[in-house]
Write a protein that binds this ligand. Structure first.
Ligand code: AQP
Length: 332
């Protein structure tokens, strides 16, 4: 079975709709047909300052949301990144294989460091794509289901896998990004020119999955569109409406063409109201399931411990091969 791997940061208490539609939904869809490894990437979270108690709590909340979204521990390996020390170990090796200029070209670093300012930018933030390379290569993943913003990091992973394979000997599977065009980039509801994001979106532009469904419905209803009146798909001229159509399509399963026909003769308000209802219908049971996992932290921790055990079996084997290939003396 092909192997897939992906991760999500526990940097806030709630995932947002972009995280879900861009990534997590695909994780759920892929878990049965693939050998799937999914993790909460807490090592990545500390590239910006985190409060310890909040980080611990958000890690559990993230795992609970993944289960609430439909991951099933009998079908996939769900774990916390810091429970598998091989990530940091292979991360170092990959750091030493990466050019400084190559790392400097990562656009997400440029964006995030600009936001953080020089004083708030850690070296970890700079090297985080390289840790991500290690995350993926440790599991010999064939495919990495992510949103569009992660494409460059998967490309870097491919480059480094090929470099290692050429310099030493074939060791790593060269992974492909798995990015669904329709949901690869969910936009901010207030500023359709930017992606929905925890750090960049305004409160009204960001749909957080654990918010009160009524509050999210309100955000859909006040989404920024344009001065036109016809519901049609045009990413350039009607970015706001097109974003709402893509979200509707993802949640309802109807194609964009079907939706445009359905909304013919109706105003933007009709699209917004229908979308608000559709979202509430999906998010209410999601929240209930998430809450039930959070209500039983012992069971949640058991699932994560089981996942970490399975992950380590694969990760330790890859790391041992890598250490051998690069010439490290085996520990006696
Ligand atoms: N707007 C989005 N549309 C589609 N996919 C998205 N992803 C994130 N935003 C969108 C995908 O979600 C997965 C997990 O992302 P992450 O753990 O990197 O989350 P993040 O970067 O913390 O999310 P944000 O909101 O983008 O955070 P900030 O603002 O801190 O940068 C990934 O697969 C990602 O592609």
């Amino acid at each position: 079975r092909p192997r897939v791997l992906s991760g999500i940061q526990p940097t806030s208490g709630s995932f947002h709709l972009g995280n879900y539609l861009g990534a997590v939904r695909q994780w759920v869809d892929l878990q049965k047909e693939n050998d799937a490894f999914y993790m909460v990437v807490d090592l990545h979270a500390i590239t910006v300052e985190q409060d310890p108690a909040t980080l611990r709590q958000n890690t559990r909340i993230s795992a609970a949301q993944l289960l609430g979204a439909g991951l099933e521990p009998e079908h996939c390996t769900l774990f916390v990144q810091s429970h598998v020390p091989e990530h940091a170990q292979l991360g170092w090796v990959m750091n030493c294989l990466t050019g400084f200029g190559e790392a400097s070209r990562m656009t997400q670093f440029k964006d995030k460091s600009a936001k953080q300012g020089a004083a708030g930018t850690s070296v970890g933030l700079f090297t985080y794509p390289i840790l991500q390379v290690a995350d993926i290569l440790l599991y010999q993943a064939d495919a990495v289901p992510v949103g569009e913003d992660q494409r460059q990091h998967v490309e870097l992973t491919r480059d480094l896998a090929e470099r290692f394979n050429t310099r030493y000997s074939p060791t790593f599977t060269v992974p492909k990004p798995y990015i669904l065009k329709e949901t690869a980039k969910i936009q901010d509801l207030q500023d359709p020119a930017i992606k929905m994001s925890k750090s960049a979106s305004s409160a009204k532009g960001l749909v957080s999955l654990l918010d009160e469904p009524k509050a999210s419905a309100k955000k859909f209803k006040s989404a920024v569109t344009d001065t036109g009146t016809v519901v049609s798909y045009d990413e350039q001229e009607k970015a706001g409406v097109s974003n709402l159509l893509r979200i509707h399509s993802a949640l309802s399963g109807q194609s964009i063409e079907q939706l445009v026909a359905h909304f013919e003769g109706k105003m933007y308000g009709a699209l917004k109201t229908e979308l608000a209802d559709l979202f509430s219908e999906w998010v209410t049971p999601f929240q209930e399931r998430t809450r039930s996992f959070l209500d039983d932290p012992a069971e949640l921790d058991r699932v994560l411990a089981l996942g970490a055990g399975k992950a380590r079996e694969v990760a330790s084997e890859t790391l041992a091969t890598v250490y051998d290939r690069i010439g490290f003396l085996p520990a006696a």
